[in-house]
Ligand binder design. Structure first.
Ligand SMILES: *[C@@H]1O[C@H](CO)[C@@H](O)[C@H](O)[C@H]1NC(C)=O
Ligand SMILES: *[C@@H]1O[C@H](CO)[C@@H](O)[C@H](O)[C@H]1NC(C)=O
Ligand SMILES: *[C@@H]1O[C@H](CO)[C@@H](O)[C@H](O)[C@H]1NC(C)=O
Ligand SMILES: *[C@@H]1O[C@H](CO)[C@@H](O)[C@H](O)[C@H]1NC(C)=O
Ligand SMILES: *[C@@H]1O[C@H](CO)[C@@H](O)[C@H](O)[C@H]1NC(C)=O
Length: 530
């Protein structure tokens, strides 16, 4: 609970340093993930705007579109209000232009979170006409101009901040990319960028003296909760339990630049009432990108297969989703993800955090033939895409992104924490406050292919994953979650535990038009935004 002492400490801290932190609370709607297969109008939740000495708190909203996290911002003079999606997987802030054809096309969803009218801002300035062109892994994108204008978020205001103005876009909501400046869209010369790096949001906050170092902490809170927060320039030690441990961010295999939040994912196990199964072999290491702009988690294919067997999940080509009985949400088991080798951070993700509603575009919910409702599992196989740890992982972790030192610190999140103890980065490039370093991370090295591997005495060459056979480790579905499900309606999952797999869907209840629309929705919803 919030002690008066901890509040007093953070107030003291806040006023004893010239620049420190900017915090935005996040609100999210329950059941947001159902919108993965169903685009619909956003509804923003109300939350207070707080400002206290030296720190700035505002609200982020988790909107229904794709279950992602949103921030209220204002752009221009006088300020025009927009909500932008928070994305650690990209590096430009852009807003839809009110002249973009999508914004006047309500049938296509319009621009429900606001659009920017440059002619109404007294401080608008073009940086580069037609210089903005961004595309995301799901095939969506925006093009237009780079411009500078006043940008305000939670009471903090940046003058002449560079953004993209999307005069042509397939995404109706602007995006607040907060990744490395090395990933700015204009550095991609293949699409007409001129290669000039500019200070993006974390750096502009440093330049403005609002924070000390280009770093922020993200606390998304749990699937049922309606609030979380992003804190620029500091760590809130009341938002996690156990130790906050940092690991390396790996540079790209080619070019050697650090462009994404790539960490070494080094172990995964599954624990149920019947015990723990190791789902990765010894000395495992795989590159994984932490990406708040992706709603689910994409695991290496063989590891994903082991998780599916463990949880009694089936891959439905027809639905374009991995499905589980919704009763799995009552299971008390969990997955444990490890990073940075032995002694690195370990994050437990409760199975209940992985069971997402599955709603077809026609509003129906698919069911198994025994009548049990089908849900979507928040884990899929990467299947050619990068390994991405999205919101179904990130919600369970408190994650500090340090862009100056190329480090990520992780701790087990403290769901629903209501107290706060903010510690700011002491200075530019100072280490992550309150964090220790993973003890054996130096054993995890990067290979020529960019995939980290664990250095051991003469073993484990190449990608461990490529040769790993989950069944060879003694893993069996019978010891998995399905067999020990605590749910009351287990007939299909029990069958899965016995090896026959869940019963097929009652296809008569799935309208064909709904299914194909659902598949169309998957491209934009599940594999959102690298
Ligand atoms: C965001 O802005 C909208 C519209 O201006 C407002 O209704 C909503 O309460 C705000 N949300 C938060 C979380 O501040
Ligand atoms: C944007 O970049 C893509 C390639 O990434 C290119 O095909 C497209 O023509 C570019 N669009 C504009 C308007 O420059
Ligand atoms: C390149 O971009 C910078 C800022 O991003 C802009 O000032 C400059 O005019 C651009 N140069 C060219 C040749 O387009
Ligand atoms: C890009 O980021 C690096 C690391 O934070 C920083 O040192 C550099 O000054 C940045 N470049 C610009 C143009 O802001
Ligand atoms: C957090 O709060 C939500 C909503 O009040 C609740 O449904 C959920 O169970 C809570 N989570 C934990 C871990 O206590």
């Amino acid at each position: 609970m919030a002690s008066l002492a901890s509040l007093a400490t953070s107030l003291l801290l806040a006023s004893s340093v010239s620049a420190n932190t900017i915090s935005f609370n996040i609100a999210r709607n329950a059941g947001a993930e159902s919108a993965q297969l169903e685009r619909r109008q956003l509804s923003l939740s109300t939350a207070p705007l707080l400002k206290r000495a030296g720190t700035v708190n505002a609200q982020l909203t988790n909107a229904e579109v794709e279950g992602l996290y949103f921030a209220n911002v204002s752009v221009g003079t006088p300020g025009q209000n927009l909500a932008l999606q928070i994305d650690t997987g990209s590096s430009d802030v852009w807003v839809p232009a009110s002249t973009a054809s999508l914004c006047s096309n309500a049938k296509e969803g319009g621009c429900p979170n606001g659009a920017f009218t440059s002619g109404k801002s007294k401080t608008f300035d073009i940086v580069e006409q037609n210089g903005f062109n961004i595309s995301y892994v799901d095939g969506t994108g925006s093009t237009g101009d780079y411009f500078q204008d006043t940008f305000s978020i939670g009471g903090a205001s940046l003058n002449n901040f560079q953004m993209g103005l999307a005069t042509d876009t397939t995404i109706g909501t602007g995006i607040m990319g907060i990744g490395y400046n090395t990933s700015e869209a204009n550095l991609d010369t293949t699409d007409g960028g001129n290669g000039t790096e500019y200070p993006n949001l974390p750096l502009a906050m440093v330049n403005a003296g609002a924070i000390n170092s280009a770093a922020y902490s993200l606390w998304l809170n749990d699937l049922q909760a309606t609030s979380g927060s992003i804190l620029f320039g500091g760590v809130d030690t009341d938002k996690y339990t156990g130790d906050l441990i940092s690991v390396k961010v790996y540079p790209d295999s080619q070019g050697g630049q650090t462009t994404s939040f790539t960490v070494a994912f080094t172990s995964l196990s599954a624990t149920s009432s019947s015990g723990t199964d190791q789902l990765t072999p010894a000395n495992y290491a795989e590159a994984a990108i932490l990406d708040s702009g992706t709603t689910i988690t994409l695991l290496p294919d063989d590891v994903a297969t082991a998780v599916f067997e463990e949880l009694g999940a089936t891959v439905s080509q027809e639905l374009g989703a991995v499905v589980v009985p919704c009763s799995l949400a009552e299971n008390t088991g969990y997955l444990t993800y490890g990073f940075g080798g032995t002694g690195g951070p370990q994050i437990k993700v409760q199975v209940s955090q992985l069971v997402l509603p599955l709603t077809l575009t026609n509003g129906r919910t698919p069911t198994y033939t025994n009548g049990e409702t089908a849900c979507q599992l928040g884990v899929q196989a990467a299947d050619g895409l990068p390994v991405l740890f999205g919101d179904t992982f990130l919600r369970s972790a408190y994650v500090v992104y340090d862009l100056e030192n190329n480090r990520i610190a992780l701790a087990q999140t403290d769901f629903n924490s209501t107290s706060s103890n903010v510690v700011s980065f002491a200075s530019l490039g100072a280490p992550i406050p309150s964090a220790t370093t993973a003890a054996n991370e130096d054993q995890v090295t990067q290979t020529a292919t960019g995939i980290p591997k664990v250095e051991t005495s003469g073993t484990a060459t190449g990608s461990a994953a490529a040769t790993y056979n989950p069944t060879a480790t003694g893993f069996s579905a019978a010891s998995g979650f399905a067999a020990t499900s605590t749910s009351t309606s287990t007939s299909s999952s029990k069958k899965s535990a016995a090896g026959s797999g869940p019963e097929p869907f009652a296809w008569s209840r799935v309208v064909v038009a709904g299914v194909s629309l659902a598949l169309a929705g998957v491209g934009g919803g599940v594999f959102a935004l690298l």
